[in-house]
Design a binder for this molecule. Structure first.
Ligand code: BES
Ligand code: MN
Ligand code: ZN
Length: 506
């Protein structure tokens, strides 16, 4: 997708679609809907039909409403779209991202290949470059579709190829803003591709090959540990989970180092279960097909690393992705088995379906040994996550409030909602085991908090740590403003913002 910034009038735009954010009240005169000044030229060429329609529909610009009109050859542009933003004062940066996502959907429905977006001077508190950044991000995200497995050409939708911002003269600053939006959106689409890929095609080995590919392209260091290495490293969590699978496991490490002296070191850990059948504690069949998304944490981390390789923050970032399949088999891990995690702690298996915490325990032990300034892990860890705040929210639990506050702030910038759950010390005793140091299932109905409490046992308490449960938000069954059904790529944008702002005092 190509983006251009230029000065100009709407009436001279030769595009399929002109889109414009439309603020409630701003365009109302004496309580009646009125035409934005930028569209007056078009309106007169259309013999006043545009303004007539706006008032007869009484289009108010309420949030998430829209007005679309066909120009019937009277002007250069084929369609005009006004998108309701609500009151000008309320519009957050993210509403521009969602505006752009909606523009992409409308564009697809009218088979538009080119669009011009008119950015008026409303809502001046939002700096203009940021608007260009998030709109570029939103258009790419809203245009995403996973077509790899479609053979029928008619099921392939026409996508926008060219976007023109009617704004001001473009310069280095506007170019940089558009580029960073593009980089983040493409990284998020990459994460979506990984999540949407079937489990039999996206095995741990294939996930590792993608890690190598993005590392080679972005000049990152990448290494992959195989089963032999997992054994010498005594990674009992990974070995236990992968035992029932015919697919070899992969422990993926990707490292980004800034050219100048690094202002700290962050480790990102992402759960990489490429398919979670539950193991011997087999999951029920209904909805099991979605368990190909159990590597969404790993995908988010890989997406973030791709973006980081282009955006070059001044902090060192290490990504760890423990990748394996969780399958039932004659050789599979059994309930009642006792395993030993990398840090030496023993775990009695109650449910083989609580496998994510086992592979993450190994990864967090390794992350802790690196003595970084922060560890953030991401995982589709608990089915219970959806009952906390529903499908739109990622949940954060951790040991360090400053780190959590940074992540929440970044999630706001990113338009990826996040909510903090408490770390309830009292639930720790549910993890006692008669024969081992811990059991792997705990005792409370607060599954998401329990997940974090287990993981905390494998993190060096001196290192700020936060756990993000994305089991609810990594997948959507309903289309969202910037995502179709399927993998959402959630947290790529948050992680990138978090890493880019790390060295700033917030
Ligand atoms: N991958 C699942 C969690 C999950 C469920 C993600 C539904 C997305 C949608 C995880 O491995 C799991 O099975 N968790 C168990 C933990 C329990 C056995 C302690 C769960 O949530 O039921
Ligand atoms: Mn499971
Ligand atoms: Zn799982």
């Amino acid at each position: 997708m190509q983006f251009h910034v230029k000065e100009g009038q709407c009436e001279s735009m030769k595009v399929d679609l002109i889109a414009m954010p439309y603020f409630e009240m701003t365009h109302r005169i004496k309580g009646k809907a009125s035409l934005p000044r930028a569209l007056r030229g078009i309106d007169s060429k259309m013999h006043g039909e545009l303004s007539k329609q706006i008032s007869s529909e009484d289009f108010k610009g309420e949030k998430n409403t829209s007005f679309l009109i066909f120009t019937a050859g009277l002007v250069e542009a084929r369609y005009i779209l006004l998108f309701g933003m609500g009151a000008a004062g309320d519009a957050e940066l993210n509403s521009y991202r969602e505006f752009a996502g909606n523009v992409a959907s409308v564009a697809a429905s009218i088979k538009a290949k080119s669009a011009a977006i008119h950015l008026g001077k409303e809502n001046k508190d939002i700096i203009s470059e940021s608007k260009l950044r998030v709109i570029s991000e939103g258009i790419i995200l809203g245009s995403y579709d996973f077509k790899k497995y479609k053979t029928d050409d008619t099921s392939k939708v026409t996508r926008i190829e060219k976007v023109t911002y009617i704004y001001d003269k473009g310069d280095a600053k506007t170019d940089a803003a558009i580029d960073s939006g593009k980089i983040v959106a493409e990284a998020k689409c990459f994460a979506r591709d990984l999540v949407n890929s079937p489990g039999s095609d996206l095995t741990p080995k294939v996930l590792a090959s993608y890690a190598k590919r993005i590392s080679a392209k972005g000049k990152l260091a990448c290494s992959v540990w195989n089963m032999t290495k997992l054994k010498t490293e005594k990674m009992g969590g990974m070995i236990a989970v992968t035992k029932g699978s015919a697919e070899p496991p992969a422990f993926i490490k990707i490292v980004y180092k800034p050219k100048s002296r690094a202002k700290g070191h962050i480790v990102l850990v992402g759960k990489g279960i490429t398919f979670d059948a539950g193991g011997i504690s087999l999951k029920p069949p209904r909805g099991m097909e979605k368990m190909k998304n159990d590597m969404a944490g790993g995908a988010a981390v890989m997406g973030a690393m791709q973006a980081i390789s282009y955006l070059k923050p001044n902090v060192e970032v290490t990504a760890l992705i423990p990748a394996a399949e969780n399958m039932p088999d004659g050789k599979a891990l059994k309930p009642g088995d006792v395993i030993k995690i990398k840090n030496g702690k023993t775990v009695e298996i109650i449910s083989t379906d609580a496998e994510g915490r086992l592979v993450l325990a190994d990864a967090l032990s390794i992350a802790s040994k690196m003595k970084p300034n922060a560890i953030v892990d991401l995982a589709t860890l608990t089915g219970g996550a959806v009952y906390c705040c529903g499908e739109l929210y990622s949940l954060v639990v951790g040991s360090d409030q400053k780190l959590i506050d940074r992540l929440i702030k970044s999630s706001k910038h990113a338009g990826e909602p996040m909510w903090q759950l408490p770390f309830v010390e009292e639930y720790k005793k549910g993890y006692t085991s008669g024969i081992a140091d811990l059991n792997n299932s705990g005792k409370s109905r607060a599954q998401t908090i329990l997940g974090a409490i287990f993981l905390n046992e494998f993190v060096d308490e001196k290192i700020p740590w936060a756990h993000l449960d994305i089991a609810a938000s990594a997948w959507t069954d309903e289309p969202l403003p910037t995502s179709p059904k399927g993998g959402t790529g959630v947290m790529v944008s948050t992680l990138v913002d978090f890493v880019m702002n790390w060295s700033r005092n917030l």
